[in-house]
Design a protein around this ligand. Structure first.
Ligand SMILES: [Zn+2]
Ligand SMILES: [Zn+2]
Length: 84
């Protein structure tokens, strides 16, 4: 089951679990569409893996299987890619 982290690791933007627009790698490092496309070019800065669209979880499923509320904000990783 996906953790569904609540925010973008780069810019700390909220990424609701029930809507599209979030991108994740195989370790669930989580980024918004803007950071994924403009800064990261579809690669996770932490593990080098491919970032793919995260499937939204329905409201009914969220009631039963809540999304993670633990925010992970790691802007250094994003700057590393920007200057690479
Ligand atoms: Zn972002
Ligand atoms: Zn990763």
């Amino acid at each position: 089951m996906l953790e569904l982290r609540p925010n973008c690791e780069c810019c700390n933007r909220d990424l609701p679990a029930d809507s599209a627009g979030a991108f994740i790698c195989s370790f669930e490092c989580t980024f918004c569409a803007d950071c994924t496309q403009q800064h990261l070019h579809g690669r996770c800065p932490n593990c080098g893996g491919e970032l793919l669209p995260r499937p939204p979880r329905s409201t009914a499923a969220l009631a039963k299987y809540p999304a993670s509320t633990k925010r992970i904000h790691n802007p250094q990783g994003c700057n590393k890619v920007l200057t690479a």
